[in-house]
Design a protein around this ligand. Sequence first.
Ligand code: NOJ
Length: 520
Amino acid sequence: MTRTPWRTAVVYEVYVRSFADSDGNGEGDLQGIRSRLPYLRDLGVDALWLTPFYTSPLADGGYDVADYRDVDPRFGTLADFDALVADAHAHGLRLIVDIVPNHSSDRHRWFQDALASPPGSPERDRYIFRPGRPGETPGEVDPPNDWPSAFGGPAWTRVPDGEWYLHLYAAEQPDFNWRNPEVRAEFEDILRFWLDRGVDGFRIDVAAGLVKDASLGDLNGRGRRVANGPIYSRPEVHEIYRRWRRILDEYDGDRMAIGEVWTDGPEDLALYLRPDELHQVFQFDLQLAPWSAPAFRDVIEAALKAVAPTGAAPTWVLSSHDSVRHLTRYERPGGVPGMEYARAKAALLMLLALPGSAYLYQGEELGLPEVRDLPDDARQDPIWKRSGGGQPGRDGCRVPLPWSGTSEPYGFSPDGVRPWLPIPAGWASLTAEAQADEPSSMLAFYRRALAQRRDLLDELPEELEWLDSPETAVFFTRGPLTCAVNCGENPVRLPPGRPLLTTMPMYGDLLPGNAAAWLH
Ligand code: NOJ
């Protein structure tokens, strides 16, 4: 088992478009990130993951890439990127970038060439084009199979000459044909392009989806994500990551790859973590779990079990740019006001005490809630658009960060500029500036917890031991550190130890409801 700093790293997800806008176009950019590196260093994270900043029409927030080797002008230039890498490293921060290999943008030159070329041409073979099949009524044509798009509607769109192309996501995101060697060679070259520029690794988008079953057979009622089904986690996908691992290993330093892998079963997750494949995969278990001690114990146990045979480090996530912010998930209708803040602090102590690597999502350190009341005309998520407004989509967790001041743009953009998504009135107390010197703030708590974790890290074994606890609590130890989380409403007796960090004042040896403590 290789031990690299990634095994215990705290990685901060930067949703580039919403982080910091330096040039006043209302969207975040690379220079904006650069200007905030001291904030990230002081927060105490080890690495940054940047969501896609490549040339893109932003049909899916940049997960629709038109040129994999350039920066979209609204986010900056390649020179800005180089400067950002250098500065991040100078601040002691590693930097990983998102790679989007399952699909490109429909504006990508290859897709434009495919559209301009006839069925059966080599240009079409870089994507997945097929004839339709006869529909039920004579003369009607149906898509080539029954696959749904993850964003709603069918996964196929018909082009004027009658062929259909596959898109597991939006129609603007045609899927590549990974059985075509040209596609493989292209992505290996793209990896090298960014590795040569100094990135420390990659977050692989839709990592399980690259190779589809050659026959493109129907799902016939099976779930989209069924392992070894026609779409995700086909055995052929692993060949690709073995190749990529060899490329990463050619470079100096600890270059890494983490896969975004959604699977039905944990056994399947482990396949990606074989020693010659990916270093990590996201384990979304905590993100999906409700605020409940039995649920937390179960998902932690299962997540640890899933990676144990591989020797890879587990990973933990509470929020991302794809999910409702956990602060809001932890609200309880009719609960005490502010309960969700208490819970979010407690969840952080649990997250950071677990063995392995933690992924934080920008804004959680400010205690940002999901913004549920965005005006319809501001929403941009293809989920919102493809569902005809039926589903809110993910814009509510992508609202730009409030940095300072008392009204929009809250220091996100230069004064007078309207951010790409409106920032709610009433966020004045949530700005980084307002929280920086306020000891009871979420930001101050994140800083303390991250600093404490760093101090302890060398003493912590990778194994976790469960301690007996009341049903409503989660107690575990890692060597000298005990973590106690009370998910119930009533106080519980703390396990033994000297309190190092608590989410609220303790009363003697009682841990209040919705609170957590680290004990030494
Ligand atoms: C996962 C990304 O995190 C999400 O934002 C995106 O929409 C899909 N993959 C498609 O690329």
